[in-house]
Design a protein around this ligand. Structure first.
Ligand code: HEM
Ligand SMILES: [Cu+2]
Length: 560
């Protein structure tokens, strides 16, 4: 390997802790997003454990139904809007400019504004318990969320929280789109963008078109609640659901695209093969972005839509499984005959593939309308979306965290502790949610605070609760590792994983401005070219060019 040229400037001035408050640097902003997400994960996780304790045994009367609903609403809202979203926005902020060879995002100050709008939203949400926590569930169906049924002020704070943080996210969407369009380094054509950069860029469109639907419908709800307009009470009660799910389904993709991006970086690097079928992965992402809007009413099969409408949405939902399945096959084909290194990031990525596919398959079963009618609002649904969101998105984010930690801190995470954390998380997560498929099939409804002692219900729920505590311990082990390795971890250097994309060229942690000098970019793997001047991707004769097919190169076999 030829050594990379000196490319980073030293830090302009030493960083002070309070600099995060005023920083407009994309890395600082990205890390603040991630730190905030970790705090909210603690809160949302505790709320989940309270619910799981309540559900541990049949007939439990620890919480009242109303209190359970409040925990449920705070948990769902927190996990979706204040854990997964900021975590993935954090990765986007941190990694996108580095991968593009840019100094920062296109609008650094707007970026800081987005961050603080998000934080403000989080504060508003957690002020709501003081005025009566919201209890209408995360999708807040009107008229249930109107003052007649849910009078407490907490609902208004809940809406305000989502409006304020939603503006922040929308602005981030703008920032991402302009950054990807305008700030790619010279030579980084669209068709050479690293997969993470490409997917987060496409995600910018989803943000831009989906978030305003939520903001609009929340404003309408507040017009009803505060001014008594009656849009949803005297108007159409199904109107809310159309708006909400036109936002809500793309939102799920918004939480999965950056996760796929991370996986699409990690699997090639640890299989020592370029991603199999780059073009397929890239274009299937675009297909999914479009389709994610075209499937939204599959959340509404039970409200009594006209049958041609149900048929159309059932079919579009099956359709979206195709580009999604393509991705899974591409990842597997990338690993196929590669020299796979099961490092911590790769372990999490492998768990992601298994769990996400499982969640995807149960998802497709809902596209069959009569099956949906049977299973909607049962624990089967709870199991399904936790497999996608936790087993999928969050595991991918954890893979990304283990992958980028050496870049962010300059040090490795502790391997032993990391493996303990990984296995506790896998056992815990599957322990909580696998059995819930059975509970759902046995007929246990979701959103109930207690249940009768029917055959099998008690023991399966108990297993689920025990799984929750194992998962909690796993996440704590990870937290300890993150903190301890910051000072005690092995020093990692600039390119610990033998990577190919530009973020591994600059020092760890990268200095302000990221790069002083960039190598010429002629291919998708600029660092490969730099390390192998005799075998550069773009000068290989076309007929031998196996890059697109992802075959492993002889010299990469057994390479560490
Ligand atoms: C990334 C992580 C997670 C996300 C995004 C997430 C998301 C959600 C959402 C959206 C709901 C539905 C809320 C509603 O119906 O209004 C929910 C419910 C629930 N979640 Fe999670 N969750 C996560 C992690 C967890 C974990 C780790 C546990 C257990 C230890 C858990 C336990 C529950 C329980 C018990 C319910 C209530 C089910 C019901 O009564 O219908 N969640 N979650
Ligand atoms: Cu959906």
């Amino acid at each position: 390997m030829t050594d990379a040229p000196a490319v980073s400037r030293p830090l302009a001035r030493s960083a002070r802790p309070w600099d995060v408050l005023t920083s407009t640097d994309h890395k600082s902003i990205g890390l603040t997003y991630m730190g905030a997400a970790a705090v909210f994960l603690g809160l949302g996780g505790l709320e989940a454990l309270v619910m799981r304790v309540q559900l541990a045994v049949p007939g439990n009367r620890l919480l009242s139904g109303e209190t359970y609903d409040r925990f449920l609403t705070m948990h769902g809202t927190t996990m979706i809007f204040f854990v997964l979203l900021p975590l993935l926005l954090g990765f986007t902020n941190y990694l996108l400019p580095l991968q593009l060879g840019a100094r920062d995002m296109a609008f650094p100050r707007l970026n800081a504004l987005s961050l603080w709008l998000f934080v403000g939203g989080g504060v508003l949400l957690y002020l709501s318990p003081f005025t009566g926590a919201p209890s209408q569930g995360w999708f807040s169906y009107a008229p249930l969320s109107e003052t007649g049924f849910t009078p407490q002020r907490g609902v208004d704070l809940w809406s305000a929280a989502l409006i304020v943080s939603g503006y922040g996210t929308t602005l981030t969407g703008v920032n991402v789109l302009v950054t990807g369009a305008r700030l790619r380094a010279r030579g980084m054509l669209f068709k050479r963008m690293p997969m993470f950069a490409w997917m987060t860029w496409v995600n910018g469109f989803i943000i831009l078109f989906a978030l305003p639907c939520l903001t609009a419908v929340l404003l309408m709800l507040e017009v009803d609640r505060l001014l008594g307009a009656g849009l949803f009470t005297r108007g159409d009660p199904v109107l809310w659901q159309h708006y909400f799910w036109l936002f809500g389904h793309p939102e799920i993709y918004l939480l999965i695209l950056p996760a796929w991006g991370l996986i699409s970086e990690i699997i090639p690097v640890f299989s020592r093969k370029p991603i199999f079928g780059y073009e397929f992965v890239a274009w299937s992402t675009v297909a999914i972005a479009f389709l994610s809007f075209a499937v939204y009413a599959h959340h509404m099969f039970a409200v009594g839509l006209a049958w041609p409408v149900e048929l159309a949405f059932g079919m579009s939902s099956m359709l979206i499984a195709i580009p999604t399945g393509i991705k899974v096959f591409n990842w597997l084909a990338t690993m196929w005959k590669g020299s796979v290194r099961y490092t911590l990031p790769m372990l999490y990525a492998a768990a992601f593939i298994v769990q996400f596919t499982f969640g995807g398959v149960t998802g497709v079963s809902f596209a069959v309308v009569p099956i949906d009618w049977q299973l909607t609002d049962t624990y089967y649904v709870v199991a399904h979306f936790h497999y996608v969101l936790f087993g999928g998105s969050l595991f991918a984010a954890l893979a990304g965290l283990h992958y980028l930690y050496p870049k962010i801190t300059g040090r490795f995470l502790n391997e032993r502790l990391g493996r303990w954390g990984f296995w506790l998380n896998v056992v815990g997560f599957n322990g909580v949610f696998l059995v819930q498929h059975l509970l759902g099939l046995m007929g246990m409804p979701r959103r109930v605070y207690t249940y009768p002692d029917l055959p099998g219900w008690g023991i399966l729920n108990l297993i689920s609760t025990v799984g929750g505590f194992i998962l909690g311990i796993g996440l704590l082990v990870l937290l300890v590792n993150l903190i301890r390795s910051r000072t005690h971890g092995e020093v990692a250097g600039r390119d610990p994983w033998n990577g190919w994309t530009l973020e591994w060229l600059t020092q760890s942690p990268p200095a302000e401005g990221n790069f002083a000098l960039l190598p010429p970019l002629h291919s998708r793997r600029p660092l490969w070219d730099l390390k192998h001047p005799d075998d550069m991707d773009h000068v290989r004769p076309r007929r031998h060019d196996k890059q697109g097919h992802g075959h492993i190169r002889e010299e990469e076999r057994g390479h560490r």
